[in-house]
Design a protein around this ligand. Structure first.
Ligand SMILES: Cc1ncc(COP(=O)(O)O)c(C=O)c1O
Length: 379
């Protein structure tokens, strides 16, 4: 099988598996207890917290909140500050955010928080000026993703953060760095943000675990209430193995970033060059038009629907996707492509191929050959 859907999820890195093993077995204690097995589990979490804080530029380990994944971190990153102190702070988001951000903003809107959605250009980028224009006195959180999950387009987050603060120095800037973290340097300082969301399973850790990393002193209203773990910011018994695995995977991904960039970059160049040679009318949505993550290729073959192409590719042992499948697996019109002003007929043809840490440069050739064969058969 040729797996080309690493943005959906990527295989577990061996470093994560090895780090997790003791906590799935002998060191099974609940970290919130008073005995030795609990202490071992708690030590593992606090060591993971220190390492993730260092990796993502948090001033203090306690500025890391472990969560149940990227979705939950996004919820907490927006709702946490907006609802803190029984407030109803406003949010400003870009039109191409992940559903975890968009739906949280909608939820906050239903609670009475002012919500503004900033449009994007034809490559899916929000401009600092448009974001600043949407910020006003009521704005508490601005959330713009580091890179888009469908197209891989990179947002000018640091410039957006600076412009937003100029418009209102009290705003907090959150970024969803779930897709960016595997191939770009990601930390609070570099991105100039106050809150940052990461997810384990996109960097080679287990699913169902993530983190929200913050600058010091940010008050959060929890979105999950209960026993008061994570200083009351996120209740629930910790997934010890998951947390340890996420941090091991994140460290391995950072260590592996240069090699990843070379191999994946080579695979994508070969894929796009060979597919263009074999199917001259193929259209790459982003191409050289904007900065994009090295692992993403987003394209359409005129006259062939994404659904048809993906089903045929699956039949040929190739796993790819169209950026937006809903829970049932059916393809929906992508809000990202709609915001980029792509006509619905073209959006319905768009396919996303994403390479990952297990990709070799040669996989780019195989991917192009597979797509070209399917297109040839269909035509
Ligand atoms: C940009 C982005 N944000 C958030 C998420 C949600 O993360 P999780 O699957 O860990 O809930 C994803 C996953 O698809 C994503 O790509």
């Amino acid at each position: 099988m040729l797996y080309l859907d690493h943005a959906a999820t990527t295989p577990m890195r061996p470093e994560a598996r090895e780090a997790m093993a003791p906590y799935l077995d002998a060191d099974f204690g609940n970290p919130s207890g008073l005995h030795a097995p609990s202490r071992r589990a708690k030590d593992a979490i606090e060591s993971a917290r220190e390492r993730l804080a260092a990796l993502l530029g948090a001033a203090h380990p306690l500025d890391v909140v472990f969560t149940g994944g990227g979705t939950e971190s996004d919820n907490l990153g927006l709702a946490g500050p907006c609802l803190a102190g029984s407030g109803r702070g406003g949010v400003v988001i870009s039109a191409v955010e992940h559903e975890a951000v968009i739906e949280t903003a909608r939820f906050l809107g239903r609670l009475g928080c002012p919500v503004r959605v900033v449009p994007v250009d034809r490559f899916g980028r929000a401009t600092p000026g448009d974001v600043a224009a949407a910020v006003d006195e009521s704005t508490r959180v601005v959330s713009v993703m580091a890179a888009n999950n469908e197209t891989g387009v990179i947002q000018p987050v640091a410039e957006i953060a600076a412009a937003a603060r100029e418009a209102n120095p009290a705003v907090l800037v959150h970024t969803d760095a779930v897709q960016a973290m595997v191939s770009l340097p990601v930390n609070l300082g570099l991105l100039g943000v106050d809150l940052l969301t990461v997810a384990s399973h996109k960097v080679g850790g287990p699913k169902g675990v993530g983190a929200l990393v913050m600058r010091p002193g940010i008050e959060l209203e929890p979105v999950i209430h209960g026993g008061g773990q994570e200083l009351g910011r996120r209740s629930g018994t910790h997934d010890v193995a998951g947390i340890v695995g996420m941090v091991a995977a994140a460290e391995a991904a950072v260590f592996d970033r240069d090699r990843f960039g070379r191999d994946v970059g080579e695979a994508r160049s070969r894929f796009e060059a060979k597919l263009t040679a074999a199917v001259p009318d193929v259209v790459f949505t982003i191409g050289a038009g904007a900065d994009r993550l090295v692992q993403h290729s987003h394209f359409r073959v005129p006259g062939i629907s994404a659904e048809t192409l993906l089903i045929r590719l699956d039949g040929a042992g190739v796993a790819a996707s169209a950026g937006s499948a809903c829970q049932s697996g059916a393809l929906e019109m992508s809000h990202v492509l709609a915001a980029m002003d792509l006509p619905a007929e073209e959006a319905a043809e768009c396919v996303r191929i994403t390479f990952g840490w297990t990709t070799s440069p040669h996989d780019g050739d195989s991917a192009a050959a597979a797509v070209a064969t399917v297109v040839g058969d269909l035509r």
